[in-house]
Design a protein around this ligand. Structure first.
Ligand code: AMP
Ligand code: MG
Length: 348
């Protein structure tokens, strides 16, 4: 398949014309990659099961992993859900448009292909002008998972989507690198108290500030691969680079010592090795390819860079990546959740 590429950085008159063309693909039941503030999404008409099927095919995504439905305006939610609990309204008011996905009871209008047969549907309004204009022009809710091949790190730049999906989708809207760099926070609003299923840029504390009690699904913080998970998408090996990613635990001195020892060992074995460090530690390593995630004083920067750094190691053909563990707190929970998953919960 030939992928038509639209470069759209702002909503100039000329770009709006291109965006109309991209939206026409959605109207025709085809797939289109588009930018959001979290990561790039791979979209199709959420109300057309045949179009939704094409998303799963392009990604190589297991059918039992449901998709997030993206809207342009709050009013569009009414037709898609059977009820909106008062607490969901509070979240909409505070965090939409933005990187927050709510799981709600679905209406009959939402096809099983989107929800993987669940009675619930995940919905959000992205905070990205191009994404919003695109959804408005398409004239339908857009189902969109991250625009990567299944299992790979989510795409945060044009290069990533081209690498993964060129030739597998009808069109791509290419724009600047994504602002946040990790997927949205997912919260289940069908249970009381609400349950956080996936951490993201909207933190647990931010949610508790407006809702009071919020439970965190056990697998979000567990250090072991969960057998049984609340959100179907959480069970797969995810976000992973091609090399073996290993998270190195301990205090700072221990981490540096462990990695230094591992580097010596791997060098002897003639392995191509990498270290995922921070600005503060990157000069501590004398062997291997050391890449910084950013400054440890800036968790948002670390989060924004994670997936692109993992892909850089792939581009360099690195076989083993040692990643320094990151202290867990409200600000780093999402980043750590993705890092551990990418590592398949492999720790030393
Ligand atoms: P992605 O779009 O690749 O970020 O994946 C969407 C995420 O939302 C996955 O982790 C899904 O399991 C989760 N999700 C989507 N729909 C539901 C739902 N109805 N209930 C629980 N989790 C959901
Ligand atoms: Mg994904």
């Amino acid at each position: 398949m030939k992928t038509e590429i639209f470069q759209i950085n702002d909503l100039s008159t000329e770009n709006l014309r291109s965006l109309e063309k991209a939206a026409q693909y959605i109207k025709d039941g085809e797939t289109v990659v588009f930018p959001t503030e979290t990561v790039y999404g791979l979209g199709a008409d959420a109300l057309d099961p045949e179009a939704v099927k094409k998303i799963f095919e392009a990604k190589g995504r297991p059918n039992d992993n449901p998709l997030i439905v993206h809207l342009n305006e709050e009013a569009e939610i009414e037709a898609l859900v059977s009820d909106i609990p008062p607490k969901a309204r509070i979240l909409m008011e505070h965090f939409w448009p933005g990187p927050l996905t709510m799981v709600l009871n679905k209406s009959a209008l939402v096809p099983d292909a989107v929800t993987a047969g669940l009675d619930t549907v995940a919905i959000r309004i992205p905070d990205h002008p191009v994404a919003r204009a695109f959804i408005r022009m398409a004239g339908c809710p857009i189902a969109a998972p991250s625009a990567n091949r299944s299992g790979r790190p989510s795409p945060t730049s044009a290069g990533h989507v081209l690498t993964d999906l060129d030739g597998l989708v009808s069109a791509m809207i290419i724009s600047a690198d994504t602002e946040i760099g990790l997927e949205s926070t997912v919260i289940d609003m069908t249970v009381e108290p609400p349950m956080l299923l996936r951490p993201g840029d909207i933190t647990v504390c931010a949610l508790r500030d407006v809702l009071g009690q919020v439970i965190v699904a056990p697998n979000v913080t567990d250090n072991v691969c969960p057998e049984k998970v609340a959100s179907p998408g959480m069970k797969y090996r995810h976000y992973s680079p091609q090399g073996d990613l290993i998270v190195v635990k301990g205090n700072k001195t221990e981490i540096i010592e462990k990695i230094t020892k591992a580097l010596k060992h791997s060098k002897k074995a003639r392995m191509k090795i990498g270290v995922l460090a921070t600005n503060e530690t990157m000069n501590c390593y004398k062997e291997g390819i050391t890449i910084s995630l950013g400054s440890e004083s800036d968790p948002k920067e670390l989060a924004k860079n994670l997936y692109s750094r993992l892909r850089t190691f792939d581009d360099l053909g690195v076989e083993i990546i040692y990643a320094e563990d990151i202290p867990m707190n409200n600000e780093t929970l999402a980043l750590i959740n993705r890092l551990y998953k990418a590592a398949g919960y492999h720790f030393i």
